[in-house]
Design a protein around this ligand. Sequence first.
Ligand code: SAH
Length: 364
Amino acid sequence: MKKTNLKGLTQKELEEFVLSIEEKKFRGQQLFDWLYNKEAESFNDMSTFSKSLRNKLDELATIDTLELLTFHKSIHDNTTKFLFQLKDGKRIESVLIPPKTAFQNGDVDDEEDEQKRLTLCVSTQVGCPLDCVFCATGAMGFGRNLTAGEIVDQVLQTKKIAGKKITNIVFMGMGEPLMNYDSVMNSIDIISNGINISTRRITLSTAGWVDGIIRMADEGKKIKLAISLHSLNDEVRSKLMPLNKKFNLQQLMKAVEYYYRKIKIRVTFEYILFAGINDRMEDAKSLVKLSKTMPCKINIIPFHNIGSTNPKSFAANLHPVPMREADKFANLLRKNHVTVFIRSSAGEDIAAACGQLAVKNKPK
Ligand code: SAH
């Protein structure tokens, strides 16, 4: 009989598991605590269990962990990028972002002690099927969805290596989280209830997978939502993000407003500035108009050129906007009462900044 990997199971699923092996239900809760709060990596560590129960668990179950291949630390800002190998040989990256580097102008959004903030950016898929033309992960194609255990273990393993408490999680690594809905939501359940990182400190970023946004609203998921917007013009956005042909801006905005009405947490719109493409006066005006439809904030992201190799691709037209110009654009929005931050390029030197995550996958 195949052993069950317990890492990645929610408390409810662990309770079902222990009942299935004829143990009492409360053992499920204890397992949940051992796995995610006490971070046990073997059944032998579980000292509140009798020897015979530990042996039984050993026979029937496993606690799978990611294999850390390498990690690199930025010499500029201490951002650290981790390369993990999964059981089937596929590879993913996670990025640990230290305090004061996430935003150039300090994100004082929730008045927490910025110095204590340690943010982990997690991946949800091997590669990504969405093919946004500016993104390195898109260029590597799609491998598969990650399991909840593989998402959760990115938090546990990086925490162990860093030796510090991770305070914030952003689902902004490789992949489109809402296309892997169940595993992502189970991982959020475990990260918040087991690892004890409050959902107020968890942000999920989506390229605009409308069905997932509506489902989150209907299920009352109280997590911060970020939308990769990048343009308010359907023609431009479709060139940048093919997903816009499936879910256009009108459908996307309807879903985001629905989410806000149900969840009541301010939405973040992410906006990469591309010179001559989405940095004009009329683009700023559209953003001002958008910000009047619902409480939101706008994060301007500097474009990290991934060096598209195909001259026929729209990507060949994409160039970053000089920082001075980006500041002007942001100030224009601020003058019109839009809450706007400029995201820093933390980790750019180690290809750990937004959109730079890509790995070579070696099949086993
Ligand atoms: N698939 C999700 C989450 C991953 S991307 C999403 O699209 O939101 C995380 C953020 O990095 C997104 O806002 C994405 O648009 C941005 N990004 C992708 N490539 C980039 C690049 N080359 N430069 C700057 N930001 C990039």
